[in-house]
Design a protein around this ligand. Structure first.
Ligand code: ADP
Ligand code: MG
Length: 236
């Protein structure tokens, strides 16, 4: 049975796209047929950090009914498949987020795991990915504003009948004012799947159009991404 995960947060900039871009290749490496999709149709950048740019067909064309999803699937690192989204405002305006569900139905027979990189916020294009996932993974930074927004996303997910798989705490720097794992687990009321440290190699890797697990595989953040991916893939 295919598993659909949506990577969400509420707040922008917590690391959803970074998590998607690293989780996807590792899940593929662990033997799962995996496809990652950029469902952030307004502010797409999954393709950018994977070096997939200027493509003729993207999720924009699929959501506007001009193309089929199979024509928007590209090869990513370690065998992961990627459905990137275009960058144009016009493409966003012509996209119908309601089509996302049908697109997923088209993909279920071909993959073990589908991962949706969700937009920030609680607009319609943000809510649909929460409803179509088997599990929503919240990406949260260890600070109060991020936690409050993640809580709101958790409540919204449950209100629309979705299920929260757990949370990933990202950009942990170890400073005294940060909430720790146990506090975050209590405040959010969800299982913490893993903790990713603040690591300057994340940005360096993105600048080189590559996820950190490929560019700096032994870095601290990469090791954390690998542990989380193994957990999600069901590998001990
Ligand atoms: P979102 O998709 O939630 O808006 P991004 O994944 O685009 O967030 O990340 C926002 C910024 O934070 C990017 O510049 C990214 O490189 C940086 N970033 C994400 N995670 C980390 C990390 N663990 N350490 C350092 N920088 C990070
Ligand atoms: Mg993003």
């Amino acid at each position: 049975m295919v598993k659909v995960y949506t990577i969400a947060s509420g707040k922008g900039g917590t690391g959803k796209t970074t998590v998607t871009a690293n989780l996807g290749p590792m899940l593929a490496q662990y033997g799962k047929k995996t496809c990652i999709l950029d469902a952030d149709v307004g502010m797409a950048n999954l393709g950018l950090i994977l070096g997939l740019e200027n493509l003729p067909v993207t999720l924009h064309e699929v959501l506007s009914g001009k193309a089929r999803v199979r024509d928007a699937i590209y090869d990513g690192p370690l065998g992961v498949k990627v459905v990137p989204c275009g960058l144009s405002l016009q493409g966003f305006q012509q996209s119908n987020p309601d089509r996302l569900k049908d697109i997923m139905t088209d993909l279920v027979s071909e993959f073990d795991i589908l991962v949706l990189d969700a937009p920030a916020g609680i607009s319609r294009d943000g809510v649909i990915p929460l409803t179509i996932a088997d599990g929503v993974i919240l990406v949260v930074n260890p600070e109060i504003s991020s936690i409050v927004d993640a809580l709101k996303t958790k409540i919204l997910t449950e209100t629309v009948g979705g299920h929260i798989e757990g949370a990933i705490i990202n950009r942990v720097g170890g400073s005294e004012d940060e909430f720790n794992r146990a506090q975050m687990e209590k405040l959010l009321g969800v299982r913490v799947l893993g903790v990713i440290p603040e690591d300057p190699n994340v940005r360096r890797a993105s600048a080189g159009r590559s996820p950190i697990v490929i560019k700096y595989p032994t870095s601290r953040a990469s090791r954390a991404f690998k542990r989380i991916s193994a957990d999600v893939a069901g590998i001990e």
